[in-house]
Structure formats: C-alpha cells, structure tokens
Design a binder for this molecule. Structure first.
Ligand SMILES: Nc1ncnc2c1ncn2[C@@H]1O[C@H](COP(=O)(O)OP(=O)(O)O)[C@@H](O)[C@H]1O
Ligand SMILES: [Mg+2]
Length: 238
C-alpha cells in the first residue's frame, strides 16, 4: 500500500452518535445529538464550537468514558460503543489517550511526576523492572522537553506550560495511536501556547499520531488541523 492510501484510511468512524444525559427526565441534556465524522490515520482533526456545544462530551465519548445513548464508534474496524469485556476495554484505552484543558486540575498534586507518568506503563504492564521504569520516564520527559532529573518533583513545582508537557508525557507513555486533546492550550499563557502546539506537531511527526484537537477558537485550530468540524448545540454544523 502506498503511503497516501494508508493515510486515507479512517482510524476512527463515528456514526449517528447520540449522548444524552439524564435521558427522559426534566433535566435531559442532548449533549451530542446525532453526529457523524471520520478521522484519518495521522491527521489532526479539529473540533471547534462555542462553550457548551458538546466538544468535551464528544472527546470523552470517543474515549468510551460514557455508555453512548445510541450510534457507533468504530476504532480500527472495531465497534467501541459496544465494548463490554474488561480486557477489550483495557486494550482500547491503551490506543487512545487524552490531554486535558487544565494542567493544574489534571495532575494529582500528591503524586511525583515520575509516578504520574508511569501509572499507565504499570496498568498496561509495559515496564518490568524499576530500572526500566526509570529509564522510560526519563525518555518521556526528554521527549516533551523537560529535564529528566526533575522526575521526583511534584506538579506544583512546575509552570503551567511545563505541567501541560507532563500531561503530554503521561499520554505518550503507553504509545497510543490517537490522542484526544481537549483545549490543551487555552489555559496557558499566549507566549507558551505556540511552544506546546509545536511540541504536539513534532510528536505527531515522530510517532505518526492521530489527533482529535478540540478548541473554542478557530484561529489556532485552523493553523494545526488538516480538517475541521464545527459543533453547535450538540450537532456538527459544517
Ligand atoms: N455529565 C454530564 N451530565 C449532565 N450534563 C452534562 C454532562 N457533561 C456535559 N453536560 C452538558 O452537555 C452540554 C455540552 O457540554 P460539553 O461537552 O462540556 O461542551 P463544550 O466542551 O463544548 O463546552 C452542556 O450543556 C453541559 O452542561
Ligand atoms: Mg469543553
């Protein structure tokens, strides 16, 4: 297969996905109301829309953090929406990882950076010894532009941009195929934003990652995305 043909293959297909909260009650929220889209291998798919339009819910639904109300989520030909078995779920969770909006809230303040990054490695049995764990964490810190000697520090000892790099290292640790980045730079100083975007682009090149990149502001998404979908009140409008 040629490189081009390979890149045209969807890694993720979402079909008629609905995600309702408090279904049937007075407080029913149709956070996602029948959306369909494809994401191709190796691309950055931008998802933009105003606050409350359903972007985060879409990212979380794709990671199968909810039981979908209806519809299909096909990841590499497998229907994720109907995954029930723990083992299958664990395999899937390794393939798709998330980077969060708030690098302050998303890192456990009581855990050392090395333990935050190694958590996934351990859950998925990717390191066998302490030495191996240490070396892998050091590699990851270096890959995201942090000093490996800072592995024993706590999150509060880092700046916002550095914390987001720790979040990125944690996501990368299990060698995922796809990353859902939910407004990964909107909480950062403008001067830091470009650095984090450049890092994500470099990592994408190095590891052939596919990104679902969520943002409320079109300008940044335009710059990094191959294709863009716009959400409005739970629907994709363009
Ligand atoms: N767990 C939940 N329970 C009830 N309503 C929710 C839940 N999560 C999100 N919502 C609602 O779904 C809608 C979409 O939210 P969200 O996906 O976070 O939007 P966005 O990320 O675009 O700002 C909002 O009205 C929000 O209040
Ligand atoms: Mg959101």
């Amino acid at each position: 297969m040629t490189q081009l043909a390979n890149e045209q293959e969807p890694i993720l297909k979402v079909r008629n996905l609905k995600q309702y909260f408090n279904e049937g009650s007075k407080g029913e929220v149709r956070a996602i109301d029948d959306i369909s889209f494809d994401i191709f291998k190796g691309e950055t798919f931008g998802l933009v829309g105003e606050s409350g339009s359903g972007k985060t819910t879409t990212g979380r639904a794709v990671m199968r953090l909810y039981q979908p109300t209806s519809g299909e989520i096909i990841f590499e030909e497998k229907d994720i929406a109907s995954l029930k078995n723990r083992r299958d779920m664990l395999d899937f969770r390794k393939d798709i990882q998330m980077i969060f909006q708030d690098p302050y809230a998303s890192l456990n303040p009581r855990m050392k950076v090395e333990d935050i990054i190694a958590e996934g490695l351990e859950i998925h049995g990717l390191v066998k010894t302490k030495t191996e764990r240490k070396a892998k964490v050091a590699d990851l810190l270096e890959q995201v532009g942090l000093n490996p000697q800072h592995a024993t520090r706590y999150p509060h000892e880092f700046s916002g941009g550095q914390r987001q790099r720790i979040g990125i290292a944690r996501a990368l640790a299990v060698a995922p195929k796809m990353i859902v980045a939910d407004e990964p730079i909107s909480a950062l100083d403008v001067s830091i934003q470009a650095q984090v975007v450049n890092l994500l682009e470099e990592l994408q090149k190095d590891f052939g990652l596919t990104f679902l990149f969520i943002a409320h502001d079109l300008s940044m998404v335009k710059y990094i995305s191959d294709r863009i979908a716009v959400m409005y009140m739970g629907k994709i409008v363009e």
